[in-house]
Design a protein around this ligand. Structure first.
Ligand SMILES: *Cc1c(COP(=O)(O)O)cnc(C)c1O
Length: 395
């Protein structure tokens, strides 16, 4: 039996390699920054981290994490409800609630866990979940783990969403679940329309703001701030593993009663370890920095605008948008992988995204800008794209 499966897997892996769908991991031998060192010893410019604000290796955050670890120890060896709740967990929950302007917040080891555990306790067989087709894998998995009826609308198609709402009108509760910023296209959810429809048809709204929290909106609070929808979003899930220092951890934030029930019933919260003190301390510091100044939020947005403009001028096909995710479309899978390899030789670290992460025939290089990039680094990346783009006849 075991021989059969290893043989079968070997064939499948070969197939993946042949189709340009095999993901290999490049090893980095320095901390996460705008310039990183890779295992060959070369220094390259990094354009594929979710390090939007450049906080992943920020001295103040490292120091806060170290101090918190010295004061509170390395780990908790417990889940929250047994003996894993420290004062600082409550403090972080309160700070996140203030930042996201909600009643209460529940911490998880990751946003993947937050999404896995948000639906099942709240929505039973007599409820419906209506989900954007391009939602993050963890939202999809969360929906799979719950007994509610499932509806799916094509990406950002509001007519289809309305149709789903009409069809599910007899259900006891309905919730519309959407990413705030879609990670592969970098586009924003149509939240004003979604909230209007939710109001019209009496549905709840959940936004996974992982790619938005920290830098979207004037003070970086996320898509609700960008669209002026404070109080209209019932549930926000998000990560501390992107803008907010980039270590790990996530949360679900929202109305008091919902969070209270999740604390009782959400399985990844009940049955998984408490967030490590160092991460709690680092995330608290990241939030503090964001509240002090909007300099980093402005810088990453300026960088993204500049990069978009220059790449469009150079003739590349860029998915339109207004976030720091700038997808350079190649369509063809092997070509996207080849382009990423050639870019690395030019000293620019970017990754080709291919099926199943994006649909077949929609391969791309997803460029992510950071407040840590300076103008010179942006220009270096743009020149390299032009050189390699010409070589591969992309432009
Ligand atoms: C990154 C991401 C997640 C996962 O966050 P982790 O904290 O790394 O588990 C969930 N949802 C979305 C939309 C994301 O982009």
């Amino acid at each position: 039996m075991s021989k059969n499966i290893t043989e079968e897997l070997r064939e499948q892996l070969e197939e993946q390699k042949k189709d340009g769908l095999y993901k290999s991991e490049r090893v980095i031998v320095s901390p996460q920054e705008s310039e990183i060192k890779i295992s060959s010893g070369e220094k390259v410019l990094n354009f594929c981290a979710n390090n939007y604000l450049g906080l992943s290796n920020h001295p103040a955050i490292i120091e806060a994490a170290q101090e918190t670890m010295n004061r509170w120890g390395y780990g908790l060896s417990s889940v929250r409800f047994i003996c894993g709740t420290l004062e600082i967990h409550k403090e972080l929950e309160q700070k996140v609630s203030e930042f996201l302007r909600v009643d209460d917040t529940l911490l998880y080891a990751a946003c993947f866990d937050a999404n896995s555990g948000v639906f099942e306790p709240l929505f039973g067989e007599e409820s419906a979940i209506i989900s954007d087709q391009l939602n993050h894998a963890s939202v999809i998995d969360g929906v799979r783990l719950c007994k509610a009826k499932r509806y799916r609308y094509r990406h950002s198609e509001m007519d289809e969403l309305e149709e789903c709402l009409k069809q599910s009108q007899s259900e006891k509760h309905r919730i519309i679940a959407t990413d705030g910023v879609f990670s592969m296209d970098g586009d924003l959810a149509k939240l004003p329309e979604i909230c209007d429809l939710a109001e019209k048809y009496d549905a709840l709204v959940l936004v996974d703001d992982s790619h938005a929290t920290g830098y979207i909106g004037k003070t970086g609070r996320g898509t609700f701030e960008h669209f002026g929808l404070e109080g209209k979003i019932d549930l926000i899930t998000t990560t501390f593993g992107k803008s907010l220092g980039g270590a790990m951890g996530g949360c679900t934030a929202g109305r008091k009663e919902i969070i209270e029930m999740l604390r009782q019933k959400s399985r990844p919260y009940l049955f998984s370890n408490s967030l490590a003190p160092a991460i709690v301390g680092g995330t608290l510091k990241a939030l503090e920095l964001l509240l002090q100044s909007t300099e980093l939020q402005e810088k990453v947005m300026d960088n993204a605008k500049y990069f978009r403009k220059k790449m469009i001028e150079a003739g590349f096909t860029i998915v339109p948008g207004e976030t720091a995710i700038v997808p350079v479309m190649l369509y063809d899978e092997p070509r996207a992988m080849e382009m990423a390899d050639l870019m690395l030789r030019e000293g620019i670290y970017v990754i080709g995204f291919v099926y199943p992460v994006v649909p077949r025939g929609k391969a791309r290089i997803r460029v992510q800008l950071s407040a840590a990039h300076d103008k010179e680094q942006l220009d270096q990346a743009i020149s390299a794209f032009i050189k390699v783009g010409k070589k591969l006849a992309v432009i």
